[in-house]
Design a protein around this ligand. Structure first.
Ligand code: HPA
Length: 278
């Protein structure tokens, strides 16, 4: 790894470890409008990322910039799962520096995270999708044209699925059991920050995309390369441009994400509680 980042990560980790003794194996990155999920945790420590040495700053509304250590509790059977939650993330378009996007993933890895859930708000490209739907990521296309593994291993080739196949199977079963409708599809990550044109959305559809968004793909690739099991859940907050004639704005995205939060939370909690047995 880049020597400077390695040094920074060390300082970041020692700061975080001075704030909590909790050692979660599971982490979740909460995307636009989904940050309130942490209300379901019994919080042990909340760290404002602006106080953490070297931690990049998020500037997007709906992204709180906190990392939270807490327990997710279940009553039947009684158990308590330690969880690390990232409230908000840094998007590539905010800084133009891929290292700021990847920094939290390197931190998660150094903290000993083995399973990473990446969530996001996304536009529905698949014509069967509607605002408020949840989509499990089967695979992704990275249209940011970055390759984040360069940060850790130079030019070594990695060839394995990014999204963990056992997790995918398990999540589909859990969604069925908990009666939470869940679609599956391919997430296409673009740089943004402006929304796509109708022609770009048509391109995304033709290359096999079901949903489009401005995050996740680089984080997922790096996390998987680092050996974490990765799963992705998109909250479809809007029809992507051109799917309907409706105009699109960030307010709508956070509004719909907010609307879905009960279903989203129910699904995420059931997944985390089962994942603990994986
Ligand atoms: N496009 C890109 N990113 C998004 C969208 C979209 O339609 N909705 C939420 N994030």
């Amino acid at each position: 790894m880049d020597k400077l980042i390695e040094k920074e990560i060390k300082e970041t980790i020692s700061f975080i470890k001075s704030k909590t003794k909790l050692k979660p194996k599971i982490a979740i990155v909460l995307g636009s409008g989904l940050g309130d999920y942490t209300n379901h945790l019994k919080v042990e420590a909340t760290i404002d990322t602006s106080t953490i040495p070297h931690y990049p700053k998020s500037t997007v509304e709906g992204h709180k910039g906190k990392i939270i250590f807490g327990f997710l509790r279940d009553t039947k059977p009684k158990k308590s799962v330690p969880v690390l939650a990232f409230q908000g993330r840094i998007h590539y378009y905010e800084t133009g520096d891929i290292r700021t996007v990847l920094f939290p993933i390197l931190v998660a890895h150094q903290l000993g995270i083995k399973i990473l859930f990446l969530t996001n708000a996304a536009g529905g490209v698949n014509r069967h999708f509607h605002p408020g739907d949840l989509m499990l990521t089967k695979d992704q296309v990275n249209l940011t044209f970055e390759n984040p593994t360069a940060i850790i291993n130079g030019n070594k080739k990695i060839n394995k699925p990014i999204y963990d196949e056992d997790l995918i199977k398990m999540i589909i079963k859990i969604a069925e059991k908990s009666n939470v409708p869940l679609s599956e599809g391919v997430y296409v990550g673009v740089k943004g920050p402006s929304y796509e044109t109708a022609s770009e959305v048509e391109m995304v559809r033709r290359i096999g995309g079901d949903a489009v968004g401005m995050s996740t793909v680089n984080e997922a690739t790096l996390a998987s390369a680092l050996g974490m099991r990765v799963a992705g859940i998109s909250c479809i907050t809007n029809y992507a441009t051109g799917v309907t004639s409706a105009k699109l704005d960030h307010e709508e995205v956070t509004f719909v994400a907010n609307m879905v939060k009960d279903r989203f939370s129910k699904l995420v909690s059931s997944i985390i509680l089962s994942t603990n047995n994986l």
